[in-house]
Design a protein around this ligand. Structure first.
Ligand SMILES: Cc1cc2nc3c(=O)[nH]c(=O)nc-3n(C[C@H](O)[C@H](O)[C@H](O)COP(=O)(O)OP(=O)(O)OC[C@H]3O[C@@H](n4cnc5c(N)ncnc54)[C@H](O)[C@@H]3O)c2cc1C
Length: 470
């Protein structure tokens, strides 16, 4: 019996490719955790084609792995190595179906690249307030399936918070059509929420209606030096108050991460005259052309420096300087890769205890990490820190990372969970965090997840082995 052959045989030849030279790029995840196998990559161009594929796979018991831009940080879009699953790429399902400027909404298909949607909104004088470093490759379907966070969460929320409506193909081939761009729609369970953050395990998202915002008329970006990490929470509170809750990003960069980056990319310059232990990249935005935002941020800087909370700071003078400051924040992962990569801990804790977490976790790595180099940065305004560890200079990174994950990472997760936090802030579970979910996940929550999976996908054909154990 050749069930995959039967599925492929029933589909038009232009709906999939079996050419190994083409399929190879769909089979390894971005961080190279896993390389899978798939006889074909299916590439539908419409919801009807997705429906046909899912219905055929359901009938023949063939598993599907939905894939967007393949930028997952936890190998969530990679098929198993057995070759018993088919990759379903959404890349050709990429039309913008409509933009309603008066309703501040955009309806687009799942395979639209995030930056393309940002540009579509921009062309209408609006903004799609979802932004992350992978914007040029990740797709909106992937963003919603991972409930992506990123650099605008503080003001606009996670990907989930931007969703007004959704269209999806369920594992039995039914099309769920709750795509209306409505802000109020209390008509029973809000079923679309179940698919958001489900990492492709409960259905294939085919289209979405998203909230837009008015384009900022003013953007003020500042880079601050901070000596005492325990003051970060107070700095954020002051910034929110003085700017009238208009802080869009409050990003942390440790001196470790900045040093790693400046060494890896020697053309870059330190933005401040004197180095410090901690840095904050702060951005405030407003769509109002009349609010005195720049003056508010300048006053903030003056007050923080006057009180000794901030030791130095600079305001970006123009778009080019802003870009240079953001480059420092967004290229840290590349510097880690240039040093053999890092063990990433994507932690969230209540913002009030984040400085204590960073200090405590750094002490743990110093005491137990056998000389591992810290790289700590992230969206601290959201209580989310990427607490990463790079192998010591001269130590073979692959072996060190395996050792650190076994010996030190559990201590960091225990610390975060003990402080009321989470072992997985924004990257999801995929396959690489299943053990952590077993260890730290609430038992009743895990029971509900299994019950939902069994109810919607009893044959387990949607991304099996991810998020919920088979
Ligand atoms: C440089 C860089 C920076 C990043 N920064 C951030 C960040 O700041 N915040 C953050 O949250 N993440 C970040 N990420 C991680 C990643 O970009 C996000 O998780 C992103 O949302 C994944 O989108 P994707 O289209 O690449 O999805 P993929 O990697 O292709 O898939 C991710 C998951 O979604 C499922 N999926 C994809 N499309 C669909 C669909 N249409 N229907 C159903 N399931 C689907 C897949 O099966 C898989 O489980 C970053 C990654 C990189 C490389």
């Amino acid at each position: 019996m050749d069930r995959i052959g039967d599925v492929l045989g029933a589909l038009p030849a232009d709906l999939y490719t079996t050419d190994p030279a083409v399929t190879a790029r769909y089979l390894t995840d971005f961080r190279r955790f896993r390389t899978g196998a798939s006889r074909a990559v299916l590439r539908p161009r419409s919801t009807a084609e997705v429906q046909r594929i899912v219905a055929l796979c359901a009938a023949h018991g063939v598993a599907l792995v939905p894939q967007g831009g393949n930028t997952s940080y936890c190998a969530a879009a990679t098929p198993s190595a057995k070759g018993d699953e088919l990759v379903l790429s959404l890349e050709r399902l990429n039309a913008v179906r409509g933009l309603d400027a008066a309703n501040l909404s955009l309806t687009a298909e799942a395979g639209c690249v995030l930056s393309v949607l940002q540009e579509a909104a921009d062309a209408e004088g609006l903004m799609l307030p979802l932004d992350l470093g992978s914007r040029q490759s990740c797709q909106i379907g992937g963003n919603l399936s991972t409930n992506a966070g990123g650099i605008s969460v503080l003001k606009h929320g996670m990907a989930r918070d931007l969703v007004l409506g959704l269209e999806a193909v369920l594992p039995d081939g039914q099309v769920l059509d709750v795509l209306q761009p409505l802000r109020k729609n209390n008509t029973g369970y809000d079923v679309k929420q179940v698919l958001l953050g489900a990492e492709g395990t409960l259905g294939v998202i085919t289209a979405v209606s998203l909230k837009l915002a008015r384009k900022p008329a003013q953007t003020v970006t500042a880079f601050l030096a901070v000596d005492d990490i325990s003051t970060l929470t107070a700095i954020l509170a002051r910034a929110q108050q003085l700017t009238g809750e208009n802080i869009t990003s409050f990003e942390y960069i440790s001196h470790h991460s900045l040093a790693l980056l400046l060494a890896a990319q020697p053309a870059l310059r330190h933005p401040l005259a004197a180095p410090a232990e901690h840095y904050v990249l702060l951005e405030a935005q407003t769509c109002s052309p009349v609010l005195a935002l720049e003056e508010a941020v300048a006053q903030l800087l003056e007050a923080l420096m006057g009180e000794g909370l901030v030791t130095d700071g600079t305001l970006a003078a123009g778009a080019q300087q802003r870009e240079r400051l953001w480059h420092l924040r967004e290229h840290i992962p590349e510097a880690e890769v240039a040093n053999g990569g890092s063990v990433k801990h994507d932690i969230s804790v209540p913002t009030s205890v984040l400085p204590a977490f960073i200090a405590g976790a750094a002490a743990l790595v110093t005491a137990h990490g056998a000389g591992g180099r810290l790289s700590i940065y992230g969206h601290v305004g959201d209580g989310n820190v990427h607490f990463n560890v790079v192998a010591p200079v001269g130590v073979e990174p692959a072996g060190y990372k395996v050792w650190l994950e076994a010996e030190v990472s559990p201590r960091l997760y225990d610390l975060a969970v003990g402080m009321g936090g989470s072992f997985g802030a924004e990257y999801g579970i995929g396959v690489v965090k299943l053990d952590l979910l077993d260890r730290y996940g609430d038992p009743a929550k895990r029971h509900m997840m299994r019950a939902l999976k069994a109810a919607l996908d009893p044959a387990n054909i949607m991304n099996p082995g991810k998020v919920v154990r088979a």
